[in-house]
Write a protein that binds this ligand. Structure first.
Ligand SMILES: Nc1ncnc2c1ncn2[C@@H]1O[C@H](COP(=O)(O)OP(=O)(O)O)[C@@H](O)[C@H]1O
Ligand SMILES: [Mg+2]
Length: 250
């Protein structure tokens, strides 16, 4: 980890009608870090991801990525700069085999640039990417229709779709949700490997125990506002977090 902030979120806000989904949220993200964003259902986590990645227009606030003001950039331009995200609600090309879901991102400008014209066989690259995220090699899984894959594989496919772009920063929106304990246990080393390889990650999560295994630092949202920030140990001991998120009386 270095002390270089690669993402700076400043007073970002969004309302949907009367619902203040995200209210003046600010935080920094440092290179090589895994930052967790937690909060109860409806606390604004996905909206915050959408605001950072250009999928939803901000009412106010700024986002700086690698020193550039990306506040008004469209989603495709942000992704092309290496800031990519997974979707909580996944929409794979259901009628295509899993590996073919990776062909479109492998033709994206960023993937082309990083391959410097030496892509060779994109099918082989796609299969390699699936192996990297834990699809068994030589097994039939990469060739199964994406629509028939169990949730655990769809989450991995989402990650592979991001990795196809050779990202600098990946924002994962609930990659653990809906997975069994054993599926999560096999996913955690993958996240750790990505961090070791130099990737910076934001993990938006509901599942605290698993998140706390991988997150260096955590931001806590409640009703669209940031109510705490710190190490996992610090935030679970924060009384406001315990009241808001853990539903505990003190
Ligand atoms: N497109 C939208 N239109 C209207 N309300 C929305 C929209 N997206 C999110 N919201 C509302 O904003 C709030 C935050 O939602 P969301 O960001 O999905 O929370 P989380 O991901 O933490 O569960 C919720 O009250 C939700 O109903
Ligand atoms: Mg969400």
């Amino acid at each position: 980890m270095t002390d270089q902030a690669i993402l700076q979120v400043r007073n970002v806000s969004k309302a949907f009608g009367g619902v203040k989904a995200v209210q003046e949220v600010s935080f920094d993200l440092y290179e090589g870090e895994v930052l967790g964003i937690i909060g109860p259902n409806g606390s604004g986590k996905t909206t915050l991801v959408n605001l950072i990645t250009g999928f939803v227009r901000k009412d106010a606030g700024k986002v700086y990525y690698l020193g550039q003001d990306i506040s008004r950039w469209p989603a495709h331009r942000i992704a092309d700069a290496g800031l990519v995200r997974t979707f909580q609600v996944m929409r794979p090309y259901a009628t295509l085999p899993a590996f073919k879901n990776l062909i479109p991102p492998l033709y994206a400008p960023r993937a082309r640039r990083s391959a410097r014209g030496k892509f060779g066989d994109r099918t082989a690259v796609a299969i390699d990417l699936l192996e990297e995220v834990g699809f068994e090699r030589d097994a039939y899984v990469p060739y199964k229709l994406a629509g028939s894959l169990p949730l655990g594989y769809l989450k991995r496919l989402e990650l592979a779709r991001c990795l196809a772009l050779r990202p600098t920063l990946i924002i994962c929106d609930e990659v653990f949700s809906g997975l069994s304990m054993s599926e999560i246990a096999s996913m955690v080393p993958l996240i750790e490997r990505l961090q070791l390889s130099g990737m910076t990650l934001i993990m938006v999560e509901h599942r605290l125990r698993e998140l706390f295994r991988v997150a260096n630092r955590v931001v806590v949202l409640n009703f669209g506002q940031k109510i705490a920030e710190g190490t996992p140990q610090e935030v679970v001991q924060n009384p406001e977090v315990r009241r808001a998120y853990l539903g505990e009386e003190d």
